[in-house]
Structures are given as structure tokens and as C-alpha cells.
Design a protein around this ligand. Structure first.
Ligand code: HEC
Ligand code: HEC
Length: 448
């Protein structure tokens, strides 16, 4: 196999993982090029001995530190133990390293979606901004009676979701939708089950003022944060205009962008399968034809053996990605979600069903359609579906097997599957094999 074939193979692997959105690939290529060009320009400037005004390149996330998201140092909190002190905050803010724009990479698996990353250009990541967002995310003081934080419904211990049917907000009030996961949300701009927020920033402002979630007002949150010396100091250093509700949202969104899942046994196995699929019949002679790719193949096989996936999950992989299960028609791409809206019939038998996406678009076909959730780490975030009506992955698979619930708007991609008992179990095993590590996150240490 020659270099040309290898190159084609690389491209086809990327497109495979990103699903049908080739658009993303094009944009990625452009960004890569432009980074190289900027690199050259920067080099020329430094050769001439010109000191660049920092502001000139602000927002380009260049020249800063390179990090792989999920790196625990991003979410470890301000160094120290116990109560967060003024001195600790001061020395944290005084370190220039904490204010450099970060240029980011994604961990293996999710990395196939790198070209789709949203929001960082508009709201560059810095360590200090991520840390401020972390504090705000876990701080119940953002709610009217200081009882409910974002983590109340998206807690790291419960897969960044909650094991309740609906989100439970202040004074024990229940919403009408299940808390979706708040990780891997950086690969798309649109948020919520019905896609009504256009960015993580826009999304973050919602729950604070939602009467049944955090029950607060934006004005009061801003006033309270301004009164808090440790918060005010951080806001003033991180943002030119200090404490504003938009800056609260920018900080929280930045924290959310670094909560990404690491490689799972599925990813290691998938790497092996993708090479095998790409090389096809040439696999037997690969060693002689392309020693470099052969070495990569051997490496991938070794890594997969170290992150073993069961035989049942391997069979489940085949069901998931073929016409047998059809799961990858929608749960596809780096985050195993097309981020589109489909009607599976969930809750459609109710007298007044939640119409989901329809409420945003008023297009009939969107009635009862909800955004495809990720399959990554899904085993950790029961119950399932927008209304939390399905308790287990087994129950979800039964739903698909019977072809969902008949209704006039049912997706034409949902058809009875007629799987055997073993095949259903294999699909569940496969989903469990999509569980990777979460970054280690400090859940306390915010200003009192
Ligand atoms: C009372 C529970 C509750 C609280 C508190 C809460 N959320 Fe949510 N969150 C939900 C529910 C329920 C949804 C889905 C609502 C919908 O789609 O209509 C949601 C949706 C989201 C989404 C969209 C995920 C996706 O896949 O589209 C993100 C991100 C998110 N919340 C982050 C946050 C942040 C940040 C905070 C704090 C500022 C927060 N949430 C506070 C329950 C809560
Ligand atoms: C037509 C697109 C489509 C297909 C095909 C599809 N799904 Fe889904 N999936 C969705 C949507 C949309 C939801 C959310 C539906 C809702 O809440 O009303 C969902 C929800 C789920 C959930 C619940 C996740 C959560 O966080 O609540 C799991 C698990 C799941 N699907 C697994 C599968 C499996 C396994 C298959 C293959 C047998 C499959 N899906 C096929 C679109 C699809």
C-alpha cells in the first residue's frame, strides 16, 4: 500500500467518525492551515525583535499553552486545602500562566470531532476563567435560597446528570424534563432537548433565572457576586468589565467546555476496526506494503487488548453500526450524536404530549422530536429519554426493538428490529463499553 492510499484512508476514517457532516472536515483543514500561517507570521515578528501588543492577537488562542481537554490540572481548583482564602486567590490571579489563552486538543475518541469545537474563538479559554466557571458551577449561592447549584442536576457523581425522572430545583420543585448530561457539549453550539439555546453561554443564563430551577434573578446574582470580594477579584482580573451576567455565563461555559470524556474501550476497539475496514483485503500484506501503518495497527491492537471490550460488546458494536440495529443513523460522530431532532414516540401517548422541537420551529414534522443524546458514558446517567421515562438501557433497547411508539410524526428511521434476546444484551454491553474517564474535578473550594 502506498502513501496515497494511507492518506485517503486517514481522511475516510475521520469522515467515518464525524458522520455525514463533511463540512466539519473542511473547516478543520482551513483552521489547521491558518494556524500554520499565523505561526509563520509570529515567527517573523519575533525574528525582527518586534514585541507584539497582546491585544492584537487576543481571541485567536494562539501562542498560548497547548492543553488536552480533560487534563486534571484544568479542574483541580485553586491550589490549597479547606476554605478558599484571599491570599490563595491573590497568588492564583497573580500568575500570568493562568491568563494565557489555551489552545486545545481533545482526548482520543472525541478527538475525531476537533474541527467541530464551538465557542472558543468567541470566548477564549484561560485557566483562570475555567476555574471561575468551576466555582460558579458548584456554588449553590447562585440560586435564590442558596440551595441549588448547576451540579444539583448535573453532578459528576451521577454522570453529570441526576438519577431523578425530572430536574429537581429550589424548594423541591420538579421540572418536566430529564436532566441531560452537561459533558462533551463543546462540539455543537445548540443546547437543550429542543435546541432552544444557541450556545453554552446562552444556555447557562437560563437555569439561574428559571423559577423552578435556581429561582434567582440575573440582577441579584450579579449584585451578590460583586459584594463577594473573592469573586469580584476574579471577575475583574478575568474580564475587562468585571461582574456581569454575560461574564457569569462565559465562565460557566468555559468550565463546561473542558468537561470531556476520555477514550473508552469502544474507542480502542474502533481504532482497530477502522484500520481493518480501511485496508480491507490488503491486511494480509500490510506489513510489507506499508510498515508504518502496520506498526500503527499493531499498536492499536495492543492498546485495545489493554482496554478490553467483551465479546458481547463486540457483537453489540456490529449491531449498533449496521442495519441490524441502525443506532448509528442518529447516534453517530465523535460524540455519538448527530445533534439533530427525531421523534421516537416517547411520551406521545399522553393526552398533552411535550412537542419538543416543534415549539421552536412550528414545523409539523418536528412534533415530539428531541435532540439525540450522546451514547458516551450513557450507562452512568439513568433514567433515560427527555421525560426520564425509561429506567434502564435494557428498557431503551426494548423500545427500539418494538419500533418505538406509533404516532403520526414517528421518524422513518425507527422500525421494528426483531433482535434476539442475546442481541439485545449485546447492544447494552456495547453501550457500557462506551464509558471513558471523566476529568478529575474539585467540587468544593468556591468563595463563601
Ligand atoms: C433543577 C435542575 C437543573 C439545574 C439547577 C440546572 N439544570 Fe441544566 N438542565 C436541566 C434540565 C431538565 C435540562 C433540559 C431542559 C430542556 O431541554 O428543556 C438542562 C439542560 C442543560 C444543558 C443542555 C444539555 C444538552 O444536551 O443540550 C446544559 C449544558 C446545562 N443544562 C447546564 C446547566 C448549567 C450550567 C446550570 C447552572 C447554571 C444548570 N444546567 C442548572 C436541569 C437543571
Ligand atoms: C432516529 C434516530 C435514532 C436512532 C435510529 C436511534 N436513536 Fe437513540 N435516541 C434518539 C433520540 C432523538 C433520543 C431521545 C428521544 C427522546 O427523549 O424523546 C434517543 C435516546 C436514546 C437513549 C437515551 C439516552 C439518554 O441520555 O437519555 C439511548 C440509550 C439510545 N437512544 C440508544 C440507542 C440505541 C441502542 C439505538 C439502536 C438500537 C438507537 N438509540 C437508535 C435518536 C435515535
Amino acid at each position: 500500500m502506498n502513501r496515497r492510499i494511507v492518506r485517503t484512508l486517514d481522511v475516510s476514517l475521520r469522515q467515518d467518525r464525524e458522520g455525514p457532516t463533511v463540512r466539519g472536515w473542511g473547516r478543520g483543514a482551513w483552521r489547521h492551515l491558518s494556524e500554520e500561517r499565523w505561526g509563520l507570521i509570529m515567527l517573523r515578528f519575533s525574528v525582527c525583535g518586534v514585541v507584539l501588543a497582546g491585544g492584537l492577537f487576543a481571541g485567536l488562542s494562539l501562542g498560548g499553552e497547548k492543553v488536552t481537554l480533560g487534563d486534571p490540572s484544568l479542574t483541580a481548583g485553586i491550589p490549597g486545602k479547606g476554605k478558599l482564602t484571599s491570599d490563595q486567590v491573590k497568588s492564583w490571579l497573580a500568575d500570568p500562566k493562568n491568563h494565557l489563552d489555551l489552545s486545545v486538543e481533545l482526548p482520543m475518541g472525541l478527538a475525531a470531532g476537533s474541527s467541530l469545537i464551538q465557542g472558543i474563538k468567541e470566548n477564549p479559554l484561560t485557566r483562570a476563567k475555567i476555574e471561575l466557571g468551576r466555582q460558579l458551577y458548584f456554588d449553590p449561592k447562585l440560586s435564590a435560597d442558596a440551595s441549588v447549584s448547576c451540579a444539583e442536576c448535573h453532578h459528576p457523581d451521577e454522570g453529570y446528570s441526576r438519577h431523578t425522572t425530572f430536574g429537581v430545583g429550589i424548594k423541591g420543585q420538579e421540572g418536566n424534563r430529564n436532566s441531560p448530561v452537561s459533558y462533551n457539549r463543546l462540539l455543537t453550539s445548540v443546547q437543550f432537548w429542543d435546541g432552544r439555546a444557541n450556545s453554552l453561554e446562552e444556555q447557562a443564563k437560563g437555569p439561574i433565572a428559571n423559577p423552578i430551577e435556581m429561582g434567582n434573578t440575573h440582577e441579584k446574582v450579579v449584585a451578590d457576586l460583586k459584594k463577594n470580594d473573592l469573586y469580584r477579584a476574579q471577575f475583574e482580573k478575568v474580564f475587562k468589565d468585571g461582574v456581569t451576567i454575560d461574564n457569569v455565563a462565559r465562565a460557566i461555559a468555559s468550565f463546561e467546555r473542558v468537561i470531556v470524556t476520555g477514550a473508552s474501550p469502544f474507542d480502542y476497539f474502533d481504532r482497530v476496526k477502522s484500520i481493518e475496514k480501511g485496508v480491507g483485503a490488503d491486511l494480509e500484506t500490510l506489513k510489507e506494503d506499508d510498515p508504518e501503518l502496520f506498526a500503527r495497527y499493531e499498536e492499536a491492537k495492543k492498546a485495545s487488548a489493554q482496554h478490553a471490550i467483551s465479546d458481547s460488546a463486540k457483537r453489540g458494536y456490529d449491531i449498533y453500526f449496521t442495519d441490524k440495529g441502525r443506532c448509528s443513523t442518529c447516534h453517530v460522530g465523535a460524540n455519538l450524536s448527530d445533534e439533530k431532532y427525531h421523534n421516537l414516540g416517547v411520551g406521545m401517548d399522553k393526552p398533552k404530549p411535550d412537542l419538543g422541537r416543534y415549539d421552536q420551529t412550528k414545523v409539523d414534522a418536528d412534533k415530539g422530536a428531541f435532540k439525540t443524546p450522546t451514547i458516551r458514558n450513557v450507562a452512568l446517567s439513568a433514567p433515560y429519554m427527555h421525560d426520564g421515562s425509561q429506567a434502564t438501557l435494557e428498557e431503551v433497547v426494548e423500545w427500539y426493538d418494538k419500533g418505538g411508539e406509533k404516532n403520526p410524526y414517528l421518524s422513518d428511521k425507527i422500525v421494528p428490529l426483531k433482535l434476539t434476546k442475546e442481541e439485545k444484551a449485546d447492544l447494552v454491553e456495547f453501550m457500557k463499553a462506551c464509558t471513558g474517564d471523566f476529568p478529575k474535578v474539585e467540587i468544593g473550594r468556591f468563595p463563601e
